[in-house]
Design a protein around this ligand. Structure first.
Ligand code: B1M
Length: 219
């Protein structure tokens, strides 16, 4: 699956092009082909989905793409995500732990968060997905309701990153902070930021989230 010459996956450039063009039919077709040829869901996500969306974002920043272009690319990746789903889930697996996840207040980006939730479910975690633009109180209530081992917050907008801190402060005030491990992620989020706000962990992608959660639960 990896070309010896470049070290790149052979599906990569075509899949990236299909995402940038917002061609969801092609995107699903190429994802299925990559899976048939033995690429792992993690490879497809990082070398394809994330790489393609990075270009879409750059084009948006440069003024070459507009919101409808981003939405077409979103549709393409969302459809392709459905294709990798059966390759992740295994309902026979015992539950490794309970995770509550959501995109923080002010932010409606959900592709990465959905992928993280899919990866976690596939790895055997029970996941409660709170959706997007989740208010601070929504996270606190979910911790009370679901008693999760881990609570994950995703942010794609730099302007939404402070919400993560507010949630951690609210968990503290509610006396819940020590009961749950808090993990954070999303394109602008870094390990440094996670350390600054005293989160328990940071993961750069869906694959890394699984090992992080297992580590936090002492697996
Ligand atoms: Co928006 N957007 N967007 N957008 N958008 C970004 C984030 C941006 C970087 C684009 C750019 O300008 N280059 C920019 C933010 C700039 C900034 O904050 N500094 C931006 C902007 C400005 C905006 C609007 C303000 C545009 C406008 O309206 N003028 C607006 C804001 C809306 C809002 O949220 N209030 C907006 C809207 C949208 C759409 C609705 C059109 C659409 C989102 C659709 C959807 O999500 N359903 C959209 C999109 C698609 C993007 C880009 C192009 C792609 C995001 C994406 O899906 N990436 C994005 C550019 C970019 O990020 N490169 C951009 C693919 C995905 C697989 O990766 O989400 O990073 P990612 O997730 C990864 C990891 O980060 C990690 O694992 C995932 C899988 O490997 N991860 C976690 C994610 N969450 C995690 C949680 C964890 C651990 C790991 O633990 C809990």
């Amino acid at each position: 699956m990896k070309s010896k010459k470049s070290g790149r996956f052979t599906f990569q450039s075509n899949l990236i092009q299909a995402i940038v063009e917002g061609n969801y039919v092609k995107c699903v077709e190429l994802t299925n082909e990559a899976l048939d040829e033995g690429a792992s869901p993690q490879d497809i996500v990082s070398s394809g989905f994330q790489a393609g969306m990075l270009i879409v974002g750059d084009k948006f920043s440069a003024g070459d793409f507009f919101v409808p272009d981003m939405l077409m690319a979103t549709r393409a990746v969302t459809r392709a995500m459905e294709a990798i789903l059966p390759h992740l889930s295994d309902s026979e697996m015992p539950t490794l732990g309970r995770v509550v996840i959501g995109t923080v207040s002010g932010d409606i980006h959900d592709i990465g968060k959905n992928l993280v939730a899919m990866f976690l479910r596939g790895a055997g975690f029970e996941v409660f997905d709170l959706g997007t633009d989740v208010p601070v109180a929504g996270f606190v209530t979910a911790v009370k309701e679901h008693d999760p081992d881990i609570m994950g917050m995703s942010a794609l907008l730099t302007t939404a990153m402070p919400s993560i801190q507010y949630v951690i402060a609210a968990l503290d005030s509610a006396g819940l902070r020590s009961q749950v491990k808090v993990i954070v992620g999303g394109a602008p989020v870094t390990q440094r930021f996670a350390d600054q706000i005293r989160a328990d962990g940071y993961a750069p992608d869906g694959g890394a989230v699984i090992s992080l959660c297992r580590k936090l639960l002492g697996e």
